[in-house]
Ligand binder design. Sequence first.
Ligand code: PLP
Length: 399
Amino acid sequence: MISEKMVSYVNNSSAIRAMFEEGKRLAAIYGAENVYDFSLGNPNLPAPQEVKEAIHQILEEEDPVLVHGYMGNSGYDDVREAVAASLNRRFGTSFAGEHIVMTVGAAGGMNVIMKTLLNPGDEVLAFAPYFGEYRAYVTNYDSVLKVVPPNTEDFQPDLLEFERRITPKTKAVIVNTPNNPTGVVYSEETIRGLADILRRKQQEYGTAIYLISDEPYRELVYDGNEVPYLTNYYENTIVGYSFSKSLSLPGERIGYLVLPPSLEDGEAIRSAANVATRILGYVNAPSLFQRVIMRCLDAQVDVDYYNRNREALYEGLSKVGLTCIKPQGAFYLFVKSPLEDEKEFCEAAKRHNLLLVPGSSFDCPGYVRLAYCVSYEMIERSLPHFAELMEEIREEGKA
Ligand code: PLP
């Protein structure tokens, strides 16, 4: 008999699995090129050439015992120092190696920090729409995820609603910018407002409230948009980073946490995160890829490719009458469903071989998410099918 807690996790994850199975089923019937799968955030671009070269160089040049061996649970000291130096160069911060914990992707980092901070019954706030896995990352540690309702005007966090939900039990707030699923970059004004509220509430309750910035999409921004570096705005900020998207390495499971010097109880948090990494069973981030990213801190995937996809899909969908905020970053479009029940819209789309994710997976019903980390050609081929879908909906008098 599986644990009671796992029963609900299994039920929830079956929706994503069902979508994946549906894609395979449709591909078997119609051919893979005639199925337009916008459901997965799996980068379609190859990792930059620097990554391949780094792997070869490391295997040729570095001591294999070191490359494949255990190290301190927070990672290789030289890698942590290189990450800190790179952040300091880019964001004017003053981190040292001791402020960096290498992690098993963003998901691993989030679990390490939740394990480190949360007591049962503690509250963690997230802004809808949010990456659905946050619920598990919080309830894994018997804490409660409290949701700030979406501001569908521009998908910047609703700060009034946010402030109302902070209580003496609020231990942490998760933000994700550029955002999955909206592609919105939280403005500097939003960040300043958020920081002011948090400072005020910390003082009022005499507690520490940690702002956790989950930012696997930091490097994927368009039109020269800037993503504020949150430790520069709020002392109790923890950054969770991942190379899954910026270097197209999701399967390699590599990222890091920044636990800055300004953090209240910082020393205890850094020691605890080191232990959490071990006792959660990760032990340490993958050793070879720690060494790879040390050599590739300035490398990047071809963001222009995603930008071309963004333009093509945004334009194409607008032309057939679908509306959404033009994303400033990441590789998602969050489109208003023309049917009130967006799940019904996803079902209708599926009949045209278009696979979309319902907004309720992100706690924001009435919208659907499209991931455009797909081939440009697939986007082009899909557009007539969106036109047919919208035609059908209009004919049925539903939109
Ligand atoms: N956070 C967000 C917002 C994501 O979109 C994802 C993956 O899609 C993750 C975390 C997990 O990333 P990783 O593969 O680095 O664990």
